[in-house]
Design a protein around this ligand. Structure first.
Ligand code: ACO
Length: 328
């Protein structure tokens, strides 16, 4: 019997209205448009409005994906939100989205895998769908990084942006859908990229034994080196597992960390620039939201054709990384 594969039946994304350009950043920190574009390829990013929260971005992206899929919120069995900038420590942002959508039948939870969150989410959704425990899953990547970066730290604040992307997943055809997911973790590298936040190491009463800096902490050049190597390895692993070569990939949709990382990865994998989806110049690094935003933009602009082989890859805090191969 042929296996029924998990298919993406709808995509959606939402970017906040406010644009923060490199010229705006020049007025905030000691930087230049030239430095930012050369090192990162980022020209502008979106910033959530006051009072606009991660769950709001997630809900809007979700509505667009549900409309495209022709799925009503009450048909959903499961809602997963990948985020490290949720509305609260808890409850999960997915619970707030479940309420916003009035998706009464769905159970909902968040996953924390930083920039790899959407790929981790795809793997979880796939497992529920294959097991038959869920028939319709809504997966969202949503982040409001503008509220956790230090706007005085030029090394980090120039990189990130806010946004959300969503996908509706259902069990679909035999000849298309998710082919395989390859996920990895290296927990020992956490000090290279993290945010302390509130937790057992930083108790609510302020009596933590660790120095408490509330903002994103990052050793950028260390992250860069490991990211390129790991992204290539995961991409190759996915191709080998499916007996494919770089030439079989119609579109690479990478996590949009910065242009240098994604160009270096594509080059090493042997995928030419015209087959790589890039929107980092307009949205910056939106962490878990980045792949579903790029996927939705590519899909809506007609770049993704039925039967196309898509390779998605991501790297982020944890360290977490991975690749997913699918046939559209
Ligand atoms: N404007 C001007 N100068 C800057 C800026 C800035 N915004 N930021 C740093 N500099 C300076 C530094 O202070 C340093 O100056 P010094 O030599 O006088 O000390 C110099 O530029 C070089 O700094 P580096 O950190 O070595 O610069 P690098 O070439 O590594 O570029 C960057 C920094 C863009 C952060 C790069 O390391 C990078 O892209 N790393 C990957 C990080 C990343 O993408 N993180 C996101 C999360 S993980 C992920 O999504 C994959």
């Amino acid at each position: 019997m042929m296996m029924k594969r998990t298919c993406i039946t709808g995509t959606g994304s939402y970017l906040p209205e406010k644009i923060l350009t490199n010229a705006d950043l020049e007025k905030m920190v000691d930087t230049s448009d030239e430095w930012i574009t050369t090192r990162t390829g980022i020209r502008e990013r979106r910033i959530a409005a006051e009072g606009e929260h991660t769950s709001d971005l997630a809900t809007e992206a979700a509505r667009r994906a549900l409309t495209m899929a022709g799925v009503a919120p009450e048909e959903l069995d499961l809602i997963i939100v990948a985020t490290v900038t949720g509305d609260f420590s808890w409850p999960a942002t997915a619970c707030l989205v479940q309420h916003n959508l009035q998706a009464k039948r769905a159970f909902a939870f968040d996953i924390s895998a930083a920039c790899s969150g959407f790929l981790y989410g795809l793997s979880i959704a796939d497992s529920y769908l294959r097991a038959g425990t869920a028939k319709k899953v809504l997966l969202i990547g949503a982040e409001v990084f503008s509220r956790i970066v230090d706007w005085k730290d030029r090394g980090t604040c120039i990189l990130f942006g806010d946004g959300a992307g969503a996908a509706v997943l259902e069990t679909g055809g035999e000849d298309r859908g998710l082919l395989s997911c390859h996920l990895h973790t290296e927990g020992g590298c956490w000090p290279l990229l993290y945010q302390m936040g509130q937790g057992s190491r930083n108790p609510a009463d302020g009596g933590g034994c660790e120095p408490s800096n509330p903002f994103v902490q990052m050793q950028g050049n260390e992250v860069f080196k490991v990211a390129v190597r790991s992204l290539c390895e995961a991409g190759e692993e996915a191709l080998v597992a499916n007996k494919m070569a770089a030439a079989d990939v119609d579109l690479l949709i990478p996590h949009q960390a910065n242009r240098r990382i994604l160009e270096a990865t594509a080059k090493r994998l042997g995928i030419p620039p015209e087959r790589v989806v890039v929107n980092v110049d307009r949205v910056g690094n939106t962490s878990a939201a980045s792949i579903p935003i790029a996927l939705d933009e590519a899909h809506r602009s007609g770049r993704v054709k039925q039967g196309d082989v898509l390779l998605l890859n991501a790297f982020g805090g944890g360290f977490t990384w991975g690749a997913v191969l699918l046939r559209w």
